[in-house]
Ligand binder design. Structure first.
Ligand SMILES: [Zn+2]
Length: 212
């Protein structure tokens, strides 16, 4: 079972249909495997429906709830379309292959990457898949902005703990970490970068795709 989950705010924004496509994909992949978060989203959506029914009596305190209500006001049919409960392979559908068939680009040592931003042509974020060989180490790095990551295969550990398959993690400029893949499977992650990561070790130039 997943130990690291999206925060409530992200789940609410997902429910409201406010997330960009790459961020929504990360949440959707997690929800597909995490009963706990799925029931939270169900609860938020039920709450949204109740709030709509009682809208005149309720003072809405946050912009997030305003967004949920606005979406609901657009009609239940549209809302249904925005709450897809994907049951099979949204990522494989997007990539056109399974994880093994991807044209990984070896960066340095144990790290390979694949930039799939072009699969989201209308989105401003960079979307990058990273593969760390089983038992391998990534160079130390920090982040210039927020980076949302979901583990698709294998597991890695850093100073914050162990992140297993379908775990969800958000890192920012406060996080300086040096991930190590656990033994067993290669660790494959999907990350949405609001700004590129910034390397703090000696591999800055070699890992140029991360910092352009
Ligand atoms: Zn969860």
């Amino acid at each position: 079972m997943s130990q690291h989950h999206p925060d409530s705010c992200s789940l609410m924004e997902f429910s409201a249909g406010n997330l960009t496509e790459p961020h929504a994909l990360c949440i959707r992949l997690h929800l597909d495997k995490c009963h706990q978060c799925r029931s939270r989203v169900d609860m938020m959506e039920s709450l949204g429906a109740v709030m709509m029914e009682q809208q005149p009596q309720i003072s809405v305190a946050t912009s997030t709830f305003d967004s949920i209500l606005a979406r609901i006001d657009q009609g239940s049919q549209e809302l249904e379309q925005e709450r897809p409960r994907v049951k099979s392979g949204p990522l494989e559908k997007l990539l056109g292959t399974d994880l093994d068939g991807l044209p990984w680009k070896r960066q340095i040592g144990d790290v390979s990457i694949l930039d799939i931003s072009d699969r989201f042509p209308d989105q401003p974020e960079r979307v990058v898949m990273q593969k760390l060989t089983a038992g391998g180490k990534a160079p130390a790095h920090t982040h210039r902005g927020e980076e949302t990551t979901i583990v698709l295969q294998g597991a890695f550990s850093d100073n914050k703990g162990v992140f297993n398959q379908w775990d969800f993690v958000v890192l920012d400029q406060e996080d300086n970490h040096k991930p190590v893949a656990l033994e067993g499977d290669d660790c494959i992650t999907l990350s949405v970068l609001s700004a590129p990561v910034r390397l703090t070790g000696t591999f800055t130039r070699l890992l140029n795709p991360f910092i352009t």
